[in-house]
Structure formats: C-alpha cells, structure tokens
Design a protein around this ligand. Structure first.
Ligand SMILES: *Cc1c(COP(=O)(O)O)cnc(C)c1O
Length: 393
C-alpha cells in the first residue's frame, strides 16, 4: 500500500456515501438496526461496528484505518488527546505491583502519569537515560511489564535504539510503547523495529493545522482490543466525529507538509548553529550531533523541531528575543502550518535564575517549531530578533 493510496483512498467506501469525495462527518451518537439480530451482531463487534459512538463511529473508523496503515499496524484506536492515548495504553497494560521503565525526559504529562497518577494505584516506575541500552537493561525488574519510550523526545530530541530495546524486552515478555509524535509515521516506523505499541499526539503533525487535540494508539489487534475493553471504553476519552474529519482533511497534505518541513528545518538549524549569539543547538540532523548514527538508522527524514540556547542569556534576554519575533508565534505545542517559538523560561518567574535540574531540559532552552513558511523569511526573523534582544545584564 503506497502512501498516496493510504492518504487519499484507504477506508473511504465512497459508494456508501453518495460518492462524496471528502469523507462524511457522521455526527451521530447512535446507529439503528433493521432487526434485533442485526443489533445483536453489531453489539458483539463494538470496536468496529456503527453501534454507539463512544465505541466506534464511521468517520473515526476511516481515520483509524489510515493511521494503522501509516504505522504498518493491524489496528488503531483514536483518542480525545495524545495524553489520553498514552494513559490508556499504560493503564490497560499494567496492574498494581507492576513496574514501568520510562525514558528520563518524557513529555511532561507522561511523566506525571507515571509519577503522580499510577503510583497511587501501586504501579512503580523508573526513569532512565534510555539512550544507553545498558541503563535500560539495568533498570528491568522481575515486575517490569512495560517500557515507555519517546524517540526523539520533544525538547532535546534524545533518541533510543528502538530495535535494541525491543530485543531486550521481547524475550522477557515486557511490552514496549513508543511515542512517535515527533518523527511522525512518515519519518519513523517503530513497529517495524519490534516495538509493540506506537502512540501519537495527532494534535501535532498528523492533523497539522493547530485546530484539533487528538491522539492515537497503533499496534497488534489483540493488544488494542485489551485497550478497547479497558480504559478506552471505561474512561471514554474519544474524539468527536467532527475532529476526526478535520484530521482526515489535515492528513491529505501530511506528506507534502512533512516534505516541506524536512527541507526548511535543517536550514534554520544550520543558521542557528553558525550564529555567534547561539551557545548550543539541539537538532538530531546536524552533522556533529552525538547520536548521528542512530539518526541515520532510525529516522528517514528531519522533522520541524529545533531547540537552541542564546549565549550568556538570562531570562530577560530570552524574553526580549522571543517578544521580538514577528513570524514565529509564541505558543506551546507544534506541528501546524505556522512557525512557533516556545521558551522554557515562560514556565519560570521572570527573575528566576536559570538553574539546570537533572532529568529536565535546560531552562534556557528555546524551542522552535518550523512551519510551512519560506526559510529565508524565518531566518530573517530570527536574525532581527537576535539584534533586538541585546546582551545579558
Ligand atoms: C503533545 C504531546 C503529547 C500529548 O499530546 P496531546 O495531544 O497534547 O494530549 C504527548 N507526547 C508528545 C511527544 C507530545 O509532543
């Protein structure tokens, strides 16, 4: 199945919908049946049948089929958010007494899920530097049930060797989950490397238009059935059919958007790396990146996130820099058509010293999400902001 077929045709049984070219928004909570036998048959197939929209909905089903195919998975469930998808997976696969190994710097709410929520229900966890295979192996316990990965992660872009981790997990009966939001299914295929489940914040590249919050979980049918029977149906964090239709529309340009981002972002990263005001750049595709080998093996193309630190900056300099940008919007999240800037200093008081803390991204870090604008426009905007922000002190 080629990418264009998946994006434009898969799952769209147009003959059923008057030949509509754009997928219909099946904005209905319930579906009726000609007789009890048909109702009984649908009830027995709740994960797939048009029965009740908390379980399945035809518009959402089109999206599930496309996302499963993009990840090379048997099955996909779509959620109200990426956080809901990750939480549902971890809740479905663990019980009191189990232990979870997680990357050291996961997405902040993945950290909170393990540290604050699941700990209350007797699920223990260890955060490890999973870029070192030995540390992952050393963290495994008899009770370890799940390894939660995020490669690359979303602030400093550390990667994990997914095939190597899958190879130590599988023989021990430990499941692996990889958050693939950053690379997107276009640039990385964790399931093909032996990972059991892939999670996405569809809010980011899959939708790509900064107008929907949604998530997805892809993997083997049996695993997703246990997620469906458990937290998917009990917590009920489902997307609306309308949101699914918006993501389907966003997906139409997914390949083009990612190709454009893969051309522009390395130019922005190279500009930053060469700039005298820049102390450090985090970008897996720079030639001197410490994980360059893994980048070459695991990522098919660059994504649009690049982080950097301004030389000798304090919070005020970072603020002046970000306030001076005209094209990059100040906002969290990423993956839309517009370029964004997100300084971690926004999460600190204005007079706070920039003190590093272990297991966290450096507080002076500024993350850019490169959108679909001309690279020259973005680079010129960064240049004028460096001029405008002045020096520390
Ligand atoms: C945004 C994000 C999430 C959470 O997704 P939401 O759609 O915001 O709930 C999870 N993981 C990563 C890497 C993210 O960037």
């Amino acid at each position: 199945m080629d990418l264009d077929w998946i994006i434009n045709h898969l799952g769209e049984d147009r003959a059923q919908y008057f030949g509509a070219v754009a997928p219909p928004v099946m904005q209905s909570s319930i579906f009726t049946f000609p007789d009890v036998a048909a109702m009984r048959a649908a009830a027995a197939q709740e994960m797939d049948a048009a029965f009740y929209t908390r379980g399945s909905n035809p518009t959402v089903k089109i999206l599930r089929r496309k996302l499963a195919a993009l990840e090379g998975a048997e099955e996909c469930l779509v959620f109200a958010s990426g956080a809901a998808a990750i939480a549902a997976a971890v809740v479905a696969l663990t019980r009191a007494g189990d232990h979870v190994v997680c990357v050291q710097k996961p997405y902040s709410w993945t950290r909170a899920l393990l540290r604050d929520l699941l700990a209350r229900f007797g699920v223990a966890h260890s955060f490890v530097d999973a870029s070192a295979i030995d540390e992952v192996a050393a963290a495994l316990q008899a009770q370890t049930r799940l390894i939660v990965l995020e490669s690359p992660n979303s602030l400093t872009f550390e990667q994990q060797d997914l095939a190597a981790i899958a190879a130590i997990a599988r023989p021990r009966g430990i499941l692996t989950l990889c958050d693939n939001s950053h690379a997107s299914p276009l640039n990385q295929s964790p399931l093909a490397l032996g990972i059991d489940l892939v999670a996405h914040s569809a809010t980011k590249y899959l939708n790509g238009h900064s107008d929907v919050v949604a998530g997805a979980l892809c993997g083997r049918r049996a695993l997703l059935q246990s997620v469906f029977q458990g937290p998917f149906m009990t917590l009920g964090a489902i997307p609306s059919p309308h949101d699914a239709a918006l993501i389907l529309r966003g997906l139409r340009t997914f390949k083009l958007r990612m190709q454009r981002i893969a051309e522009t972002t390395p130019r922005v990263a190279a500009f930053l790396a060469a700039h005298p005001r820049v102390a450090k750049v985090w970008y897996p595709h720079l030639p001197d990146h410490p994980q360059q080998g893994l980048t070459q093996r695991q990522l098919r193309a660059p994504s649009g996130l690049v982080s950097f630190a301004i030389r000798d900056a304090d919070v005020r300099v970072i603020e002046r820099f970000c306030n001076a940008l005209r094209r990059f919007l100040l906002a969290v999240s990423w993956g839309g058509y517009e370029s964004l800037v997100c300084p971690l200093a926004a999460f600190l008081p204005p007079d706070a010293p920039l003190v590093p803390s272990s297991g966290r991204a450096p507080p002076e870090l500024i993350r850019l999400s490169v959108g679909l604008e001309e690279p020259e426009v973005l680079i010129a905007d960064l240049e004028q902001a460096f001029h405008a922000c002045g020096e520390a002190g």
